[in-house]
Design a protein around this ligand. Structure first.
Ligand code: PHE
Length: 346
């Protein structure tokens, strides 16, 4: 009996020492101390021993049981400590590892160029103005010297909104040009004035590589005493030279817009070929840049300014076309297409 118990003890302690994880340890515990465990069975058998043998055997059994339980407890603590450690190792954070890159996006090429245009004109003392995109017929046409019967209305095919602005102001339209902001600003601030108006305009165009229903313009208006087209020439030459970063020439040609008199078209020298003539400038050395002219007296009156005291000039150019020229973009539809493969190039 003594030997058997001693053997069980040695065996059990050895197995406890070897257990690699809690499962194995638990199985070992069941094997020796469970309901049908080896030690348990021996303890059940104690009652069959002779009265002389019983006390010593019972005592030994108890000692072994206590020793085993202590060994199990100790091993269990040891195993769970090392499990926690290995979990901590798995979850270890490398604070020096580079972060996951994420896309921040960037400014649209139209907005980039608009900001440059605004900076150049601000530096020359122009204020930056804004106006509604849904405009009344009055501001978009009548006040700009284009009555409803005027054939010049055909120059801009208009989107009409199914609603009257009011009796005097006619229907609502999507503005076809930024020029209505000329009138709004004159009415609000009077003369003298020096403003530019970047903004979206809309026309009922059949879209192709050069035409879109939505595009961006920049309007300019300068009103003061003794103003002439010479000032316009100086301002525009300076503006284009700063924008393109190289000397740029301009020229005026007669042009017609009802809200200016005289009216003109302004061309800029082709920077691609240096005026030698190329495919882009159709071998003329010049690119059409904008419409302009001296503000018509009727327009000044509509803005509440006395044409006998003040005069000035206005211009309007396509920001969209400027961006296309600047980056050599050959299809206007790309600019509002929202295609990232296109936009990420800027
Ligand atoms: N508003 C005109 C257009 O859209 C351009 C322009 C503006 C012409 C100001 C003359 C003066 O075509």
């Amino acid at each position: 009996m003594k030997e058997l118990l001693a053997k069980i003890k040695i065996q059990a302690l050895e197995e406890i020492g070897k257990a690699q994880n809690q499962d194995k340890l638990y199985q070992t515990q069941v094997k020796y101390l469970g309901r049908k465990g080896e030690l348990t069975l021996i303890m059940h058998g104690l009652k069959d021993l002779s009265p002389e043998e019983k006390p010593a055997a019972g005592k030994m059994c108890n000692e072994i049981k206590v020793a085993m339980e202590a060994a199990f407890d100790q091993k269990r603590d040891q195993l769970s400590a090392s499990e926690i450690n290995s979990k901590l190792n798995d979850a270890w954070i490398d604070v020096t590892a580079p972060g996951t890159p994420y896309k921040t996006g960037h400014i649209h090429p139209l907005s980039q160029v608009q900001q440059e245009v605004e900076n150049i004109f601000s530096a020359m003392g122009f204020a930056i103005m804004d106006g509604p995109e849904v405009e009344s017929e009055y501001f978009n046409f009548e006040s700009l010297n284009v009555p409803s019967w005027h054939p010049a209305r055909d120059m801009q095919d208009t989107f009409f909104v199914n609603q009257e602005a009011d009796k005097k102001h006619g229907k609502l339209v999507l503005r076809t040009q930024t020029s209505p902001v000329q009138i709004r600003t004159m009415q609000k601030y009077g003369a003298p004035l020096r403003i530019i108006v970047p903004g979206r305009v809309f026309r009922n165009e059949a879209t192709d590589a050069r035409h879109e229903h939505t595009f961006n313009q920049v309007e300019g208006l300068l009103i003061d005493k003794d103003i002439s087209l010479a000032h316009l020439k100086g301002v525009m030459e300076e503006f284009l030279t700063r924008l393109f970063g190289k000397p740029t020439k301009i020229r005026f040609r007669p042009g017609y817009f009802p809200f200016v008199e005289p009216g003109l078209e302004m061309d800029m020298s082709c920077l691609l070929c240096g005026e030698k003539g190329c495919r882009v400038c159709k071998h003329t050395g010049w690119l059409e840049f904008m419409g302009a002219g001296m503000v018509h007296p009727n327009v000044l009156k509509a803005g509440g300014i006395d044409p006998k005291q003040y005069q000035g000039w206005a211009f309007g150019f396509g920001l969209t076309r400027l961006v296309m020229m600047r980056y050599g973009i050959d299809d206007i539809r790309l600019l509002h297409g929202g295609n990232l493969r296109f936009l990420e190039q800027f």
